[in-house]
Write a protein that binds this ligand. Structure first.
Ligand SMILES: *Cc1c(COP(=O)(O)O)cnc(C)c1O
Length: 412
């Protein structure tokens, strides 16, 4: 007997079963907007933190509109993301720009488009943003003064308690020592009043997350003091986890809010910010794909799907499969299958996961938690397969937002 996993919605499953796919459509994503809306409303029932959405998790128009409706602000890391958010009618003053690859040209263009909040990740970014704002204010006779947060990357000495479980260096932000070298008077066009830190992923334990946050407060407050910054804003990034591996661990949002209220008081800041990606949208999304072959190879049951990492790359780069379920009902016992996609590389594997033993060619599989890091994180062009379709499900109806496309649509 199969038990229904917590991420699976049987009502939606029957709607997907009824769905008849147009010609070019092999695989599809579907996002449950009603469920997303109520999840987001719950996240907003607090006044401890200001919530932003990390657009890279899912930039689909309908998803952004739903977040906008729930009062989320938006964190963008490229011009493409900025334009997509602006195209949904979100005012630029609710958009924040993060990312390690900001050129002066991009910064100037963001300022011109009305973005007023920046997380800077290097000394160059700080200088360029200051110059861009001075030039903008001169030419247009404006007086904008963007809010700027410095992104900090902490390391712990060998042998000390290392909450991050390793000191691997990333291009995100700068060390405390580097930031201590600046003098804020050199950036008169900017309101440098906050710090940003985010250097972990998929956290599932409230205790561990609180302990990490707590240990960051002291070095951050010391940095602010040493450069005579009045620390008004602390941005703790994202990384709130999703239980992809069905470990039965999950973050308690109420507890998270209480913990953050403590951090806010300890840091003495006016505002505490989070930019949620997966924790906001992962749950609302499903990916549906048919089985095209089934075989036994050296005693291992294998399934080959119509699409794999060309539509869902994440399992290959994180070693975390998305959970799966057979779309139709089956009362056969579960067994483990190696689940592969169609690409001619052994990397194209969506997991080693349990499915009913009678799963057959032509059956459809549904993967869960695909609302984040799905469609746009993938590698759709390799081997010239179809692009997946994207649908939204709202008030009992499945509506296409992006049709599936054959390779002819993108090949040159
Ligand atoms: C990706 C990203 C996030 C969101 O991460 P999740 O783990 O999906 O919550 C938040 N902030 C920044 C700066 C990011 O790059």
């Amino acid at each position: 007997m199969t038990t229904i996993p917590p991420w699976y919605d049987s009502k939606l499953a029957s709607v997907i079963e009824q769905h008849s796919s147009p010609e070019d459509e092999q695989a599809l994503f579907v996002y449950q907007l009603d469920a997303l809306r109520s999840h987001l409303e719950r996240l907003q029932q607090q006044d401890a933190i200001k919530l932003w959405f990390a657009v890279k998790a899912n930039p689909l128009s309908k998803i952004l509109q739903t977040l906008d409706g729930a009062g989320f602000n938006f964190d963008v890391a490229s011009s493409g993301e900025l334009n997509q958010v602006l195209a949904q009618g979100v005012p630029a003053n609710r958009i924040l720009n993060t990312g390690p690859a900001k050129t002066k040209k991009q910064l100037a263009s963001f300022v011109k488009q009305g973005v007023e909040t920046f997380v800077v990740e290097s000394l160059n970014q700080l200088t360029w943003l200051n110059e861009a704002v001075l030039e903008y204010n001169e030419t247009a006779q404006n007086t904008v003064k963007p809010v700027v947060l410095l992104r900090v990357q902490l390391q712990w000495q060998e042998g000390e308690k290392n909450p991050l479980g390793g000191n691997s260096l990333t291009p995100f932000g700068l060390s405390v020592a580097q930031w201590q070298s600046i003098s804020l008077e050199q950036y008169p066009a900017l309101d440098v009043c906050g710090l940003h830190i985010f250097q972990w992923g998929n956290m599932l334990s409230n205790e561990k997350m609180f302990s990490l946050w707590s240990q960051m407060v002291t070095p951050l407050v010391e940095l602010a003091n040493s450069i005579k910054m009045t620390l008004k804003v602390l941005d703790l990034g994202g990384g709130l986890g999703i239980d992809y591996l069905a470990t039965d661990q999950q973050l308690n949002w109420q507890q998270t809010i209480e913990d953050l209220a403590v951090i806010k008081a300890q840091a003495g800041v006016e505002e505490l910010w989070l930019e949620l990606g997966r924790f906001a949208v992962a749950e609302c999304g499903y990916y549906v794909v048919p089985v095209v072959d089934k075989k036994v190879n050296y005693q291992q049951e294998q399934l080959v799907l119509a699409a794999g990492i060309n539509h869902l790359l994440r399992p290959a780069i994180t070693d975390q499969p998305f959970p799966v379920q057979l779309l139709r009902d089956s009362n056969q016992k579960l067994q483990k299958f190696d689940i592969h996609g169609p690409l001619c590389t052994s990397m194209d594997k969506l997991g080693h996961l349990s499915l009913p033993s009678d799963v057959e060619v032509g059956d459809k599989l549904v993967f869960g938690y695909c609302g984040a890091y799905g469609f746009t994180e993938s590698m759709p062009f390799f081997l010239c397969h179809e692009l997946a379709a994207e649908y939204v499900y709202e008030q009992g109806e499945m509506t296409p937002v992006r049709p599936a496309k054959s390779a002819a649509s993108y090949l040159a």
